[in-house]
Structures are given as structure tokens and as C-alpha cells.
Ligand binder design. Structure first.
Ligand code: XMP
Length: 525
């Protein structure tokens, strides 16, 4: 099975992020791309000849969980620093740079975590990395080791009271390092620092734009698919909708969109998808809707483990498509709306796998198509939306909150039954309706109801009840990698609670989830 990764790089400029397993690696790539410079994350084991062939304008080494002295520590060859390509090491990446080039890394007498005031060294010439940055600036630290001696040729460009080398560089070799994380929001002037690296140090032009991405992708899809037929796995969510439209622009009626209603969608969602992509909608595509809920429920009977649910749902999707494909005749390509965070979170490099997303992690080994086409595989969520706008997709669809591929399957804790699906659908519909009515959705990245597996005693009328608890979740996030629980107005929550317990049979309690990500995730499973 081959994966079409497409090519998102429209200019020759690319910044390469080498992933050492830190938590913020995707953020680095997003921050770079915000400057209209294309950026890719690759495992730190990427061979040097591949790096040379890619010819990046700059390389960023990410943070990571290890110490450079750990027996299985991820490392980098000294030649990486001799390619003549600017390198920025962040946190572990900075320590690795120091270690490999002959400096000294030690366990710090005092660990630093969180917001920390960093003093920029203004004694000599100001570092290019810190052009326009305040002399004292708040940065995000997270380290137990630190650089205690810089390698030959390096100067110290920033410090904190307990970290003598908060930043160092050898400008003549274009090597830069920060102990803190410029990519996270808490580093107040971090965006400026990364912008400086990309433009002032690496000399990028910043000419990567969504318009050219769309044009190029359409061109590439046409060239690849030719007169072949493609099937698009349409879920009605933002990602697969954008994937479907970009494919329809590329190959028109050679594309058949297959919408599998797995019985785990939000209330009425199936009909809404049909209204947009079906024969009465604005797009010129073949559209097939399959109501496959019985098939999915049967496969999920008795299954409680989240990853197993994901894999079953993902696999069943593929099987349904295969059946459809057989009926349609020969189909060469299967289109999926996989996006970059799915790719990275599903196990690129050494980042810990938190969840496998069904459209990547759950794909069976044998797929009866010539190739999987994933035109959005290299885009972040906000870039997918920008791509959708570029394609003229209506705003209500483009700005729709994300909905996971396994749908309500991962919003029902424990075993999935038809009764539970109905409960969570009804509760979720009430919640969304009331939140929207109050205009409280504006700053929310995602909000939904989930069904806990907890039943508890209640009293309704004069009788005892023993029913389920619904959990409400609302998070503020722009990147979906970190999120804060939203403070919804109490009167809205009360209205939602009253309506849910009154209108949804089988529920006698409503809980609100106050947890951020981390430590929780956005979805419940
Ligand atoms: P978590 O729960 O990992 O979610 O904080 C981050 C974002 O990813 C979505 N999500 C999924 N999307 N398949 C998907 O297509 C999945 O298995 C899956 N799990 C989580 C989630 O809705 C949120 O937007």
C-alpha cells in the first residue's frame, strides 16, 4: 500500500523539523508555517543524504524527553551541523547541539519549569535570533539538564538566574540554540524569535500560500489519477469535505463520494451531509450514502477498549468502501481526509502515541485499492480551513467544529449500544442548540456531550431513578494539541442540564468537564 503524501511545498523553501520526541513538535511546524514558509516534521533518524537531498533552508531540532547521557538517548551526527544549513536547537535540541559539538551538559542544580524571565545578552552584538525582542522577556522553560559550558566558537546570548546558557549561538556557522521553547504561546516573544530564525537567519522569502497549494494539488491529483476512478471517504467533517471538493475540482465525475453512515454520527448529520454533497447540493460529484449502522454495531458489540473501537471502526470503513468499490467497478484510488496532526500523532518519530486516529492508525495492512490518496496529509487544521475557503466551500462547512472519524464511538465510554448512541445524540443536539442560541460558541474550538459509563441514583417525581450521567465538554483551542476548558455561562449550563434530564430518557445527571489538555485529551477516549 502506498501513501500519496502529495507535496505541499510550492516554493523550494522548506524548513525541516527533526523530531526528538518532545510534546511541542507540531507547534514548531505550525509557527514556522504561519510565516508562509513550508515546514515538515521528520524523525530525528532521517539520514543525512535525505536531508541533503531535501535541501532545507533551515533545520530545527525539537525538545525531547531524554537526557543526552541516557543510554538510548536520541542523537544527531556531528555532520548535521556541518551541512552549511542553519540549525536551531530547542530544549533537548539545544543540549544535543552542545553535547555533540564538545560543550558540556549537566543536571541543573535547579530545574526550571514554566514561565521564566530570560535576560538577553546585550553586551556585544545582538543575536539575529533576538532582533526586536525585549531585553528581559518571558519564556517557557521545561528542563532538568542544562548546558554548563558552550562548545568552542559559541557565545552565550541569553541567561536566567539559574540557567547560565538560556540561549547560545555560533553565528559564523549559523548554529543557534535556546533552552526555552519559543514555539509555545507562553514564550511571549517566541513568534518573533522563530520569525527571526526563518527570515533573518535562514533567509526564507515566505512565499508559501494556500492559493498555490490548491492549484498545485489539483494539478498533481490530475496527473496522478489521469482517467482513473477515485472513491472519497466522506464523513461530512471539515477534513473529508475539503478533500472531496479538491478531488472534485481535479477529476469531476471520476470521483465518487461514499458517505458511510456508521450510526455514530451526530443527530441528523447524515441528512445534512446528503443535502450538501447529494444530487441537490452544489457539487458535481457522484454521491452514494450507505446506511451501515447495523454492520458497525455488530462489530462493536462487547468492545470497550478505546483503541480497539477505533481500529474496528476504521477497518469496517475500509471494508464498506471495498464493497462499494466492487459494485462500482474498478476503482484505483481511495481518498481520505487525513491531516498532518493525525500523521504525526499516529507515531511519526519517537513522540509518544497518545491515540491512533482511525484514518491512519487503524488502516488494515491489506487494502484492495491501488493507492490511498490523502491530499491534506501535510496540512494543519487551520490550513485545511484556509484551503476550504480558497476552494469556495461555504463558511458554515469550513468553520464547522471537528468531529472525529470514529464519531460518537469514542464519546460513549465503554460498550457502544444503539440505546447509548441515541442518548448521546439527543443530549449533544440540545447542548449545541443552547450554546449556539446563547452565542457562546464563538471562542470554542470544540464542544460536545459524551456519555459516561456511570449510572447513578437520582429522584424524578417521587420515584428513584438509576440512569446515566452525561458529561458536557467545551474547550478553547486553536491547535487541538493543547486546550483549555471553557468557562461557559452558568445559566447556559443550567438550561442545558434541565433540558437534557427532562428530554433525554435514560439520563438523570449532567456533569461539566473542567479539565484541560494536557492532562486530559479533548475526546473522552
Ligand atoms: P484528542 O482527543 O486527541 O483530540 O485531544 C484532538 C482532536 O482530534 C480529534 N480526534 C480524532 N479525529 N479520529 C479523528 O479523525 C480519531 O480517532 C480522533 N480522536 C480524536 C478530536 O475530535 C480533536 O479535534
Amino acid at each position: 500500500m502506498a501513501n500519496n503524501t502529495g507535496s505541499a511545498a510550492d516554493s523550494h523553501e522548506i524548513i525541516l523539523v527533526l523530531d526528538f520526541g518532545g510534546q511541542y513538535n507540531q507547534l514548531i511546524a505550525r509557527r514556522v508555517r504561519e510565516n508562509h514558509v513550508y515546514c515538515e516534521v521528520h524523525p530525528h533518524t532521517m539520514p543525512l543524504d535525505k536531508i541533503r537531498a531535501m535541501a532545507p533552508k533551515g533545520i530545527i531540532l525539537t525538545g525531547g524527553p531524554n537526557s543526552v547521557y541516557a543510554p538510548d538517548a536520541a542523537t544527531a551526527p556531528a555532520e548535521l551541523f556541518e551541512l552549511g544549513i542553519p540549525v536551531l536547537g530547542i530544549c533537548y535540541g539545544s543540549q544535543l547541539m552542545a553535547h555533540v559539538l564538545g560543550g558540556k551538559v549537566e543536571t541543573a542544580p535547579t530545574s526550571e519549569y514554566g514561565r521564566t524571565e530570560v535576560t538577553i545578552n546585550d553586551a556585544g552584538q545582538r543575536s539575529k535570533l533576538f532582533e526586536g525582542v525585549s531585553a528581559k522577556t518571558i519564556c517557557w522553560m521545561s528542563h532538568t539538564d542544562y548546558i554548563s559550558a558552550v562548545p568552542d566558537g559559541f557565545t552565550i546570548t541569553a541567561e536566567t538566574p539559574v540557567c547560565p546558557v538560556a540561549a547560545m549561538e555560533d553565528a559564523s556557522r549559523q548554529l543557534y540554540a535556546t533552552q526555552f521553547h519559543p514555539e509555545v504561546m507562553h514564550t511571549v516573544e517566541g513568534k518573533t524569535m522563530l520569525k527571526n530564525f526563518v527570515f533573518a537567519v535562514c533567509g526564507c522569502a515566505g512565499d508559501w500560500h494556500m492559493g498555490s497549494f490548491v492549484e498545485r494539488t489539483i494539478r498533481e491529483l490530475r496527473a496522478k489519477i489521469g482517467t482513473g476512478k477515485a472513491l472519497c471517504a466522506l464523513s461530512g467533517g471539515v477534513d473529508s469535505s475539503v478533500a472531496a471538493v479538491i478531488l472534485s475540482k481535479a477529476i469531476g465525475k471520476q470521483l465518487t463520494c461514499v458517505f458511510v453512515d456508521h450510526g455514530l454520527l451526530r443527530k441528523d448529520e447524515g441528512d445534512q451531509v446528503e443535502a450538501v454533497f447529494g444530487p441537490d447540493g452544489p457539487y458535481d460529484v457522484n454521491f452514494i450514502r450507505i446506511n451501515a449502522k447495523d454492520r458497525f454495531y455488530a462489530k462493536l458489540k462487547g468492545v470497550t477498549e478505546p483503541e480497539q473501537k477505533r481500529k474496528i471502526i476504521g477497518e469496517e470503513f475500509i471494508r464498506v468502501f471495498e464493497d462499494v468499490a466492487k459494485k462500482i467497478g474498478k476503482v484505483d484510488y481511495l481518498v481520505q481526509g487525513t491531516i498532518y496532526p493525525d500523521v504525526i500523532e499516529s507515531g511519526l518519530g519517537k513522540s509518544a502515541v497518545i491515540k491512533s486516529h482511525h484514518n491512519v492508525g487503524g488502516l488494515p495492512d491489506f487494502v484492495d485499492f491501488k493507492e490511498i490518496v490523502e491530499p491534506l496529509r501535510l496540512l494543519f487544521k487551520d490550513e485545511v480551513r484556509a484551503c476550504g475557503r480558497e476552494l469556495g466551500i461555504p463558511e458554515y462547512l469550513v468553520s464547522r467544529q471537528p468531529f472525529p472519524g470514529p464519531g460518537l464511538g469514542i464519546r460513549i465510554i465503554g460498550e457502544i449500544t444503539e440505546e447509548k448512541v441515541k442518548i448521546v445524540q439527543e443530549a449533544d443536539a440540545i447542548y449545541r442548540e443552547e450554546v449556539e442560541k446563547a452565542g457562546a460558541q464563538k471562542n470554542l474550538g470544540q464542544y460536545f456531550a459524551a456519555l459516561t459509563n456511570m449510572r447513578s441514583v437520582g429522584v424524578m417525581g417521587d420515584g428513584r431513578t438509576y440512569d446515566y450521567a452525561i458529561a458536557l465538554r467545551a474547550v478553547m483551542t486553536s491547535d487541538f494539541m493543547t486546550a483549555e476548558s471553557a468557562q461557559l455561562p452558568w445559566d447556559v449550563l443550567q438550561r442545558v442540564t434541565t433540558r437534557i434530564v427532562n428530554e433525554v430518557k435514560g439520563v438523570n445527571r449532567v456533569l461539566y468537564d473542567c479539565t484541560g489538555k494536557p492532562p486530559a485529551t479533548i475526546e473522552f477516549e
